[in-house]
Unconditional design. Structure first.
Length: 241
């Protein structure tokens, strides 16, 4: 009996006690980190849903007001999608000259003003969003954005950028489109034209060749979003049917 007690006492050494405390500390610390990360995820999801609700308010406002403004912006930025390095930004001077932008302004419930150029609907993937008139990181959280090209339903190449959140929001399902799928674009006169997808491919973040306005007199739209790993860009081209 004494031998057993002595053996047990020797087995539980100070070093083992120290390791046991460290294991407990690491376990508690890991739980805290998991809770923090989960809270960040929940907040980010809440913020995304809140921002998307603004886009639905903007949709409802389309056609409710007759005030339309014409403006020209020669310093438009094509910004990085999904937190990419800002070294990949391009100014308008590095691309082709933009056309005059016809916009309609909407004041949201949060007091902020948003300018839109039209609406995009893709029935196959349940996309129904206003197209905001310019591209910034904050606006991309609200809706899909025009960052280059012609006005909706005009001759030229209307380029539209949207986030890929790997869910059903914004352009997350755009990479699942197929040749022949249809896209509806409604302009500020409430004219809706249908476009058919004729090409899809991926490019590097620095490749902006898809924004060209050389369309040979055709009405073209180009959708751009990230691949699921954020390393490349998915480009979807469609032309008026």
């Amino acid at each position: 009996m004494n031998q057993i007690l002595i053996t047990e006492k020797i087995y539980v050494t100070p070093e083992l006690r120290r390791k046991k405390k460290m294991y407990k500390f690491n376990f508690i610390f890991s739980i805290i980190i998991i809770v923090i990360l989960f809270s960040i995820y929940v907040y980010a999801s809440y913020d995304r849903n809140k921002q998307e609700n603004i886009s639905q308010d903007i949709l409802e406002s389309m056609g409710a007001e007759d005030d339309t403004t014409i403006s020209k912006d020669d310093s438009v930025w094509i910004i990085a999608l999904d937190g990419e390095d800002e070294s990949n930004l391009y100014t308008a001077s590095e691309l082709e000259e933009s056309t005059n932008i016809i916009t309609d302004e909407y004041v949201a419930s949060n007091g902020k003003k948003y300018k839109m150029v039209g609406k995009i609907q893709i029935p196959k993937i349940n996309v129904d969003y206003p197209i905001l008139s310019e591209t910034t990181d904050s606006l991309l959280k609200v809706s899909v954005c025009k960052f280059w090209g012609s006005n909706p339903n005009e001759v030229g190449n209307l380029c539209i950028a949207g986030h890929n959140y790997r869910n059903k929001k914004f352009f997350s399902k755009v990479p699942t489109l197929k040749i022949g799928d249809t896209i509806d674009i409604t302009d500020l006169t409430n004219q809706t034209l249908t476009y058919s997808v004729y090409d899809m491919y991926t490019v590097s973040p620095t490749d902006v060749s898809c924004t060209t306005q050389r369309t040979n007199g055709k009405k073209i739209i180009t959708l751009i979003t990230c691949t699921n790993d954020n390393k490349q860009r998915v480009v979807v081209k469609a032309e008026e049917t």
